[in-house]
Every structure is written in structure tokens, then in C-alpha cells.
Design a protein around this ligand. Sequence first.
Ligand code: PEP
Ligand code: MG
Length: 562
Amino acid sequence: MLKIKLNLAASIGIGLGTAYLVKQKTVAIDKALITGQQKKEESDRFLKALKNAGEAIKNLVELDQIFSAHLEILNDDILKDSVLSKINKENKNAEYALYETCSELVRMFDSIEDEYLKERKADIKDVCERIIHALSNKNYDLLQNSRDDNIIVVADELSPSQVAVLDLNRVKGFITRTGGITSHVSIIARNNNIPAFVGLGDKLEKIKPGDFLILDSIDNEIIINPSHTVINSFKNKAKKYYKDTEAQKNYLSQTADGKKIIICANAESHEEIKLANQKGFDGIGLFRSEFFFMQREDTFPDEEEQFNFYREAAILCNTRKLVIRTFDIGGDKPVSYLLNQKESNPFMGLRGIRLSLSLKKVFKTHLRAILRASAFGNIKIMFPMIVSLEEFIAANQMVHACMEELTNENIPYDKNIETGAMIETPAAVMIAEDLAKEAAFFSIGTNDLTQYMLAVDRGNPLVSHICDTFHPALLRSIKKVIDAAKNNGINVSMCGEFASNIKALPVLLGMGLTEISIGVNEINAVTNMLSSKKYYELEKNIDELLKKSTIGEIKDFINLMY
Ligand code: PEP
Ligand code: MG
């Protein structure tokens, strides 16, 4: 028995299984020079491999967005033209030409420090490796030589393509020589609750193919060829760990007297959804779709691009809900390709739902993409910046028009999809009772609600001292919205920052809020607070609190009573 002690795990858990060593170069490159007659044959062989590799990657796009980037690389003329030129002008066989092209492309990235571009280098290598496999007609499945059901995959590094084809039911752990906790293998491991250590360096040499391994990333050690007694004790440790983690998740989102509070996460990317999954959130209560639009400089993403993006988000959420807020562009979130007319007061300008309704074609594309993705998960649609019932109804009508189109085109979507309203303007607060008759749910956006209620620019440091959600106008508004939702039997959540304010949360629960959506990193503070409060005692001081007329009185009262 041998032990390797390590410092940091990429994914927490305990896994037991047989070491399966993945060789770095899975296919040897046959570098050969060819004759004139062979040029056509080699060019055709390369083009066929390119096509096959493309088909294989297309099937993986659903799994991870990284494969969309791989498709782009594969379809880029630079790669194709360079390989064909080396075959036809330099008399190199397809493998040789591809290998050289890949090395040249990778070298271009060598001197660059930028993290994002470094990742692109790994992507190019990954795509070239895949085409080389296709050239040799080799199966890409790493585990093809093993029948074992409990495998610890050990490798120098693992590319996204390699990880994507693994049968993760059989993989009980990952160990790699290189890579960091943000590398693809680490992310996949965390998403699937598979323990992992990455960046082992030379310590990896101690592991030989077929060794029995215990990977314990709770106590940061790998045990090689342990005795039966040790194996049994770790099996028990694993059983207890996984049972406790489940119990912990349930316990953490409860108050001291056992009231379950639904805690969803606010997210802007797939990465954040994965993080939220890992931390045990109940779903995504606010998916800020506009960030996908803001990452681009040229034009609006088309339906297909958006569909792929939302579908992956839905798949990641599994059965948990994913509330996609329709793009809240404008105000503090402009996109360069749209807002070329200068607005002197963009926060009061063409933003949120009013922008969407003025761009019917763009909005329709957006809604169709979201609806199509709804066939893959538990999606709900939420409209931002609502100020009138007419706006909500108009937006809803567009959703229904898109549904009708999809039905006629035989495209699947969730026919029972719910649409809700963000309550983030004073007008929406005042008509909350009316809105609650049309909307399936509310989410209170206190960031904007504070800005508009108190007439303070939320990003202006000169007035930040005035931007205080503990203002009586805000607390009374929040209570009014919660009551309106309850009176009409619809769900109400809060996705503004106030929901994770530790001083505010007991008050919000006292007002009857039982669902919040918060930043992924706020979870510990929020769950600690929840578990220290008795839900059924929080209500009793609310009436008195809401009678206070200054921020100072309110804060003093909360400090005293909560
Ligand atoms: C809000 O306004 O409270 C909100 C959650 O939306 P955003 O911060 O994206 O405007
Ligand atoms: Mg807002």
C-alpha cells in the first residue's frame, strides 16, 4: 500500500476503482511523403476525415458549448486550406500535413499569455487529434479496452473531446498530471460528483495501469493498492459522505424550525449554472440572458445560436427550474450593435421589455429559441422592466404567437411554459394585483426597484448613500407585492441583491417570502442565517416595522427585533 498526499482537490468525493491509464498520444502519426498520383487520394481522405470529425462534434454540442468552438475551428478555411496545400504543394500525406498545420497554429498561440487564447490552443490540438483519429478510423472511446465498471481515469491531460465520450457511470475518479481546477475535466468531474485531482505532476508516475486506487479528495490523498480492510473502511466512509451531503443540502435551506426556503441562483453563463448545481441550489431563479448578447460585437445571435445556448442551460439544470429573463438590454447593459442613437437618460429609455416590444423580429427570434429549448428542461420565461399590464399582455401574446408557429412547424416545446414578470418599477408595484391575474409568477428585482423608487442611479457613487433598500417605501412595496402574489395564488421570489442581505432576509421571510434567488457565492452566509432563525416567529413584528417612517428607525428596529 502506498499513499500520495496532495494539497488541493478539483472535485470533492471518494472514489474506488482500477487505474486506467490514458496514453497522451493515442494514435502515432505516420509522416510520409507522397507521389503526384497520391495527392488526390490523400486530399479526399483528409476531406472525408474532416467531415466525419465534424459530424461527431455536432453530436456533442448539446453536451457542452465548448464543442461549438470546436466546430468553428474545424470549419475554418485556414485549417483546411493549409492541410490541402501541404498535401498538394509539399507532397505530404494527410496525417503529416495535418500534424504540421496543427503545430503551426498552436505555435502562434505559444507566446500569448491570455487565458482565453490559451484555451483556444488546447481546442485546436483537440480538434486536430480528432481529425487524426478519423483519418486512421480509430475509435475515440478511451475506455474501449476496459470492461471494468469502476474506473479511475489517470492521464497526463484530458481534452474535452476525450471526457465527452467517457461513460461517466463507470468513472469513479479522475487524476491528471496537468490542468487546474477550472480545466474542463475538473468542471465535468464537479458537475457529475466524481472526485478528481488535477495537476499531480511527477507524482503521477507512482500509479501503474491496473493498480487499485482509493481517491479521497476530502482528506486529500490517493491510496494505491490498499488492503481489503482499508478498502472496506473507505467504502463505508464514501457511503456516509454521500448520505451526509444529501442531508446537508436539505438541512441548509431550512430555517431552525424546519421551514424549507427555496434558494435559487442568479446566473449569466453555463459555468455559473454548473457552480450552482455543485452547491446544491434549487434551480436558477434569474438567468440574465442579455449577457449572451453583450458578449458579441457584431449583431444579434441568430435563433440557432440562442437555442443551443438555452438548451444547454436547460439540460444543465436538469429537472430544476431555469427562469430565463428575456434580454434586458439597455440602461447599464447596452449592446454596441444596437443602441447607436444616443439616449440622454438610458435608464429611463428604450430598455428591457419596451426595447423588446419595439424590436418585434429580434424578440420573436429570442422567444422561439427559448421556447424550443423548453423541450429540454424546466424553463420559465420572465419579462424585465414591466411598467404596465399592456406591456405584459403584449409580451405574452408574442410568446403565444411563437408557440403557434412552432406547433405548425412540428417543433417541440413545453406547451405549459409559464411566463412571469419582474417587479422592479414602482408602477409594477402599484399594479401588482392586476399583474398577478396575468402572470404565473413574480420576481422582485430590488436593484432596479430601489433605483426607480428612490430616483437614484444605482451606479452613481455620488448618490450611493441614498440608494438604500431599507427605505420604508421599498419595504412597504415589497410587502405589497408579496401580498398581491399570495392573494392571487401565484409564486413570488426575489432576485435582487436585497434577497441575500443578511439583515434583510429575516424581514423578507417575515413578510411571507419563501423563495429567493441569489448570487452563487452568497449561499453560505444565507444558509447559515436561515438555520439560525425560526420562520414562524419572524412574522410577528412586520406590521410594526412597516409603520416606521425613516431608514434609521427601520434599521434600529431590525437590529433589536431580528
Ligand atoms: C434587479 O433589478 O433587481 C435585478 C435582479 O436585475 P438586474 O440587476 O439584472 O437589473
Ligand atoms: Mg433589473
